[in-house]
Ligand binder design. Structure first.
Ligand SMILES: *[C@@H]1O[C@H](CO)[C@@H](O)[C@H](O)[C@H]1NC(C)=O
Ligand SMILES: *[C@@H]1O[C@H](CO)[C@@H](O)[C@H](O)[C@H]1NC(C)=O
Ligand SMILES: *[C@@H]1O[C@H](CO)[C@@H](O)[C@H](O)[C@H]1NC(C)=O
Ligand SMILES: *[C@@H]1O[C@H](CO)[C@@H](O)[C@H](O)[C@H]1NC(C)=O
Ligand SMILES: *[C@@H]1O[C@H](CO)[C@@H](O)[C@H](O)[C@H]1NC(C)=O
Ligand SMILES: *[C@@H]1O[C@H](CO)[C@@H](O)[C@H](O)[C@H]1NC(C)=O
Ligand SMILES: *[C@@H]1O[C@H](CO)[C@@H](O)[C@H](O)[C@H]1NC(C)=O
Ligand SMILES: [Zn+2]
Length: 483
C-alpha cells in the first residue's frame, strides 16, 4: 500500500492542468482519516497550482506543493489519499456578513419597490412599504439551519450576529470559533449610530444617544458596522457622522448627537452603498475595509456600489450574503451576482480571482483571522473546500466561486469532514448520513452539532426554506439593477 501511494505521489512530479474534469474525487488509499492528502488544482493568491497536493494533519495544513518533495515527508504516515484531479481545492469560504437567525423564512417577495435607505423598508419610513421578516419558529433552530445552509455551499466561517456551537465557525463569538481557532474576535454592529428605531438624518448626527464613539471603536480588534446602507444623501449622512468629527459639534441634550471619526484599519464598513468616490478615497487612505453584499443592495435599493473603484483604490473588499430575505442564500450565488451586476451596470469584468479573494483571504482580513484562515498555507487551519465541474472558461477560480453547490465534493473544517461528495462516502463514517442533493447523493457529517440527524432536524422544522440548495435557489431575490 505504502509503495503504491508513494508511486502515485512521485508520478505527479509533472505539473499540468487536466482540462477534462472528472465528475468526482476518488479515494485511492484509505489510511487514518485525520490525515488527508488531497490532489487537485490548488487555488492560491499567486494563481492556480495545477495537479498539486495539500496535506492535512491534525486539523492543520502541513504541506502545499507539487508533491515531488512529499515522499520523504510522508515517511511511514498512513494518510488517506483523495484524488481530485480536475477539481479545484480552495480555502473554505468566509462569509463576512449574515444575519444568520433569519434562515427559516422564505426570501421577500419582490413588490417592485426600491427604497433609498434601510429604514425606508425596515420601519416604513418616508411612506415606503415596511417589509417585516419575522423569524419562523425558534431563532436558535433558525441559526443552526442557516449555518447548515452555508456549510452545504462551501462556507466554513461566518460573521452573522448569532451562532450555534459546532457547524460553521462564528468569527464574532469567542465561543463559536471551533477547532483550534483562537480569539480575539470581530465585533459585529447593525446600528453603530444607535438608530434601530428608524432615525434618518440629513446635515446633522442627531441619531441615538448611544452612538459609537471614536474611543469605543478604536478599542475594538475588528469593528464590522453597517454604514451608509442605501443610495441617497440620508444614507450617506451616516458616513459623514462617522468620518468627520467637525461635521456636527452640537450635542443633543440627552446625550449623543455628535459626529465622530472611526475610519481606521480595524473598521470594515458593511454595505457602504451610498458612499461617494471621495468617501471611498478616504476609506482607502485610512486603510479601512468594506463588506460588499451586492444582491441585497440591488433588491432593496435598485443598485450597488462600483466595486472596481474600491479595488483600484486599494481597499480590501470582502463578500457577504447579508441575509436570506433579500440577499443570496449562498456565497456562490453572491459571487455570481457580484460578477453580473458589475458587468451589466459598470461594463467591467471582475477577475474570478478577485472575487475569490473577497471570499477567502480578504474576508479573513476583515474579520481579523488572516493568520489562521483564508488561504491554503502551511500552518493554517485546514478549512478546505473542493469543487468538481467543468473548468469554466479555463479559469480555476471561476470553477470554485461560481460553482453551484451540486459541485461540492468536500468540506473540511479544521480537517474534519462535514460534506463528502459522490465518490467519497467511504470517508464519511461516524455521525454521517447520506442525503439527496438534486440528482445525486452526498454524505454530510453534522449529527454531533445538530444533536440529531440532519433528516430528523429537517423534519422537525417542517417545510422551511431548504438548507441544501442545488442549482439556483428558489425565490432568489433579483440581482438586476433598476437604477
Ligand atoms: C475515479 O473514479 C472514476 C469514476 O467515478 C473512474 O472512472 C476512475 O477510474 C477513477 N480513477 C481512479 C484513479 O481510481
Ligand atoms: C492504515 O489505516 C487503515 C485505516 O485505519 C488501516 O486499515 C490500515 O491497516 C493502516 N495501514 C497501515 C500500514 O498502518
Ligand atoms: C414557516 O415554517 C412552516 C413550517 O414549520 C412552513 O410551512 C412555512 O411555509 C414557513 N413560513 C415561511 C414564511 O417561510
Ligand atoms: C406620506 O404620505 C402622506 C399622505 O399621502 C403625505 O401627507 C406625506 O407628506 C408623505 N410623507 C413623505 C415623507 O413623503
Ligand atoms: C467636515 O464637516 C465640516 C462641517 O460640515 C465641513 O466644513 C468639512 O468640509 C468636512 N470635512 C470633510 C473632510 O468633509
Ligand atoms: C467604476 O470604477 C472604475 C474603476 O475605478 C472606473 O473606471 C469607472 O469609471 C467607474 N464607473 C462608474 C460608472 O462610476
Ligand atoms: C440534544 O438532544 C437531547 C435528546 O433529545 C436533549 O436532551 C439535549 O438537551 C440536546 N442538547 C442540545 C445541546 O440541544
Ligand atoms: Zn446587514
Amino acid at each position: 500500500m505504502l509503495t503504491s501511494r508513494l508511486f502515485l505521489i512521485c508520478a505527479s512530479i509533472v505539473s499540468f492542468c487536466i482540462e477534462t474534469s472528472q465528475a468526482t474525487c476518488n479515494v485511492t488509499h484509505v489510511g487514518d482519516t485525520e490525515n488527508l492528502l488531497l490532489r487537485g488544482t490548488i487555488l492560491t493568491s499567486n494563481g492556480a497550482l495545477c495537479d498539486s497536493h495539500v496535506l492535512v494533519e491534525s486539523g492543520k495544513i502541513t504541506y502545499v506543493g507539487s508533491g515531488h518533495d512529499l515522499g520523504c515527508m510522508l515517511g511511514q504516515k498512513n494518510v488517506t489519499v483523495v484524488d481530485c484531479i480536475g477539481s479545484v481545492i480552495s480555502p473554505g469560504f468566509i462569509n463576512t456578513h449574515e444575519h444568520i437567525g433569519y434562515s427559516t423564512i422564505t426570501p421577500l417577495k419582490d413588490i417592485g419597490e426600491r427604497t433609498n435607505q434601510r429604514h425606508d423598508w425596515r420601519v416604513g419610513a418616508r411612506n415606503f412599504t415596511r417589509r417585516p421578516a419575522p423569524v419562523n419558529g425558534s431563532e436558535y433552530d433558525a441559526t443552526k439551519w442557516g449555518e447548515l445552509r452555508h456549510i452545504f455551499s462551501g462556507t466554513t466561517s461566518i460573521v452573522g450576529g448569532e451562532m450555534v456551537p459546532g457547524l460553521a465557525r462564528n468569527l464574532d463569538f469567542a465561543s463559536g470559533l471551533e477547532d483550534g481557532l483562537f480569539a480575539p474576535t470581530a465585533t459585529f454592529d447593525v446600528f453603530p449610530l444607535n438608530d434601530a428605531s428608524g432615525i434618518q438624518r440629513l446635515g446633522n448626527c442627531d441619531y441615538g444617544a448611544a452612538a459609537i464613539t471614536q474611543d469605543e471603536a478604536g478599542r475594538l480588534y475588528r469593528y464590522l458596522a453597517h454604514v451608509g446602507e442605501g443610495v441617497d444623501a440620508v444614507a450617506e449622512n451616516e458616513f459623514q457622522c462617522l468620518s468627520n468629527s467637525t461635521f456636527d459639534v452640537t450635542p443633543l441634550t440627552d446625550g449623543g448627537g455628535l459626529s465622530t471619526d472611526i475610519i481606521a484599519p480595524n473598521l470594515a464598513l458593511i454595505h457602504a452603498s451610498s458612499l461617494t468616490n471621495e468617501d471611498f478615497d478616504l476609506v482607502a487612505a485610512r486603510g479601512a475595509m468594506v463588506v460588499w453584499s451586492p444582491r441585497s443592495n440591488v433588491f432593496l435599493y435598485g443598485k450597488t456600489l462600483n466595486v472596481t473603484y474600491l479595488l483600484d483604490a486599494g481597499i480590501t473588499v470582502a463578500l457577504g450574503t447579508d441575509w436570506l430575505p433579500s440577499g443570496s442564500a449562498t456565497m456562490g450565488r453572491e459571487a455570481v451576482c457580484g460578477r453580473d451586476v458589475t458587468q451589466k451596470d459598470y461594463d467591467i469584468g471582475i477577475a474570478p480571482q478577485d472575487i475569490w479573494e473577497m471570499m477567502t483571504i480578504n474576508a479573513a482580513k476583515v474579520a481579523g483571522f488572516e493568520h489562521q484562515l483564508g488561504s491554503l498555507d502551511v500552518g493554517k487551519l485546514a478549512d478546505i473546500v473542493v469543487f468538481s465541474g467543468d473548468v469554466q472558461q479555463g479559469d480555476a477560480f471561476a470553477q470554485a466561486v461560481y460553482a453551484p453547490s451540486d459541485n461540492l465534493q468536500l468540506v473540511l473544517r479544521g480537517g474534519k469532514i462535514l460534506v463528502a461528495g459522490e465518490g467519497l462516502d467511504i470517508l464519511a463514517t461516524e455521525g454521517c448520513e447520506a442525503v439527496l442533493w438534486g440528482s445525486v447523493t452526498k454524505s454530510i457529517c453534522v449529527t454531533d452539532a445538530v444533536n440529531s440527524t440532519f433528516a430528523e432536524f429537517e423534519a422537525v422544522l417542517g417545510g422551511v426554506y431548504p438548507a441544501i440548495l442545488p442549482g439556483i435557489p428558489d425565490g432568489e431575490p433579483t440581482c438586476v439593477s433598476t437604477r
